[in-house]
Write a protein that binds this ligand. Sequence first.
Ligand SMILES: [Zn+2]
Length: 91
Amino acid sequence: MTSSCRFHPERSAVVHCEKFEYGYCQECVDSCRACTDPELYCRHRTACVIWELCRREVKKRRRAACADATACEGGKDAASAGNVSSAPSAP
Ligand SMILES: [Zn+2]
């Protein structure tokens, strides 16, 4: 079964989120928009190609955020800056 990208309906999805059943195109994977909540626990994570690709980007972002923040241990707020994950979603 083929699905289309959640953000780019004209494109076909290259990955598929098992948790939320969304499809995402390559560009969305590259820009790490593919995982709805990379920081959140996902039971599909061990088999999730999105997470596998995305966690590197998340780590990179977190490191960049830590470079700016004085206290990054225990401060989770820095990592979520600019990451708006409250997009309205239809069922
Ligand atoms: Zn896309």
